[in-house]
Design a protein around this ligand. Structure first.
Ligand SMILES: Nc1ncnc2c1ncn2[C@@H]1O[C@H](COP(=O)(O)OP(=O)(O)O)[C@@H](O)[C@H]1O
Ligand SMILES: [Mg+2]
Length: 309
């Protein structure tokens, strides 16, 4: 079968249905009647979509076979991808680049490897490594993970993506920004992994073994029926000691900053900022203007107006 064949068959079916075949062409219709090149018709005969009813030197008559009619109505059956539903293996360094958050790490490990699904929603203010957790899970699950950005997911359509990719693990970042149509799909998928697909001429219903891990900055905008499907794990802003640890870790490991400079940045932001991204910005400007000046320029100094906030 080639692209366009199904449309062609549908056209022929329409032609056949609008004529009384036995009366009008007992020997089958010919290529001029349906306006399809004989070469194409013969290919469809070989594919089993058409039958040759009559063949002489001057006339070759065709009609649709049962298979041809079925294809015209239903389209080509999509190859079914088997869902890979074996357990997800769990290497030790899944969250190796995340400092602290030990209980969250444990929770996610248990949820993702559990026999029956437990869906987890990480909630809390920005820069608490929520996205980092989702990235870690994506690395573990590889091709069995489907990653969705709430703010962008409507373009692809969760429904179609899930049907096509049959993920084991669905990762949704920025859940609060997800389009309503995708939220509806998500609700159904989370309830027993039910996947309903409307296909031409039939309805498919199937079961997916799916676990969802999502992240959000905002819980208040989420519908109660969605929230109740999740184990909601709230991440609290870092305590001062934790914040210093995370800052030093991120600056040294991820930003390649010298440890003593990282310590200096952490000390200057201690009690002033709770956002690791502030520290990263300071560290990136520091080579140009020095650490203290960078802190001041970004309005993060202990005596600057924004520090009180
Ligand atoms: N506990 C942590 N361990 C490692 N990096 C962290 C941690 N907390 C925050 N970060 C850093 O902060 C930045 C923001 O993290 P991200 O996962 O995007 O946060 P969120 O999704 O919660 O807004 C990341 O680039 C990361 O380097
Ligand atoms: Mg994020």
């Amino acid at each position: 079968m080639k692209p366009g064949d199904v449309e062609l068959l549908a056209r022929i079916l329409e032609y056949e249905s609008s004529h009384d075949q036995k009366q009008e062409w007992p020997l089958g219709w010919n290529w001029e009647q349906v306006r399809v090149q004989p070469a194409t018709l013969n290919r469809l005969v070989i594919d089993g979509c058409l039958e040759v009813v009559f063949h002489s030197n001057s006339y070759k008559g065709y009609r649709l076979s049962e298979r041809g009619k079925l294809l015209a109505i239903q389209g080509e059956p999509q190859p079914e991808i088997e869902q890979d539903s074996g357990p997800v293996s769990w290497p030790e360094d899944v969250f190796g680049d995340i400092i602290g958050h030990d209980e969250v790490k444990e929770l996610l490990r248990a949820a993702v490897t559990a026999e029956r699904p437990v869906h987890v929603l990480l909630a809390g203010p920005p820069a608490l490594a929520k996205s980092l957790f989702l990235w870690g899970l994506e690395r573990v699950a590889g091709s069995r993970a489907l990653w969705l950005m709430g703010s962008a997911s409507s373009k692809a359509g969760l429904w179609d993506l899930a049907a096509e990719r049959r993920p084991r693990l669905l990762l949704v970042d920025e859940l609060d920004k997800m389009a309503a149509v995708d939220t509806a799909a998500l609700l159904s998928l989370m309830e027993g992994g039910r996947l309903v697909r409307a296909k031409v001429g039939r309805r498919l219903e199937e079961q997916l073994d799916l676990r969802v891990v999502a992240a959000t900055n905002n819980l208040r905008v989420l519908a109660p029926e969605l929230l109740s499907r999740f184990a909601v794990r709230r991440l609290q802003p870092y305590q001062r000691q934790e914040f210093r640890q995370v800052v030093v870790g991120v600056l040294v490991r991820r930003e390649g900053v010298a440890p003593e400079v990282a310590e200096q940045v952490a000390a200057l932001l201690d009690g002033v900022s709770q956002d690791v991204r502030d520290a990263v910005r300071v560290a990136r400007l520091a080579p140009q203007v020095g650490v203290e000046k960078a802190v001041a320029l970004l309005g993060l100094g202990a005596s600057s107006p924004s520090a009180a906030a």
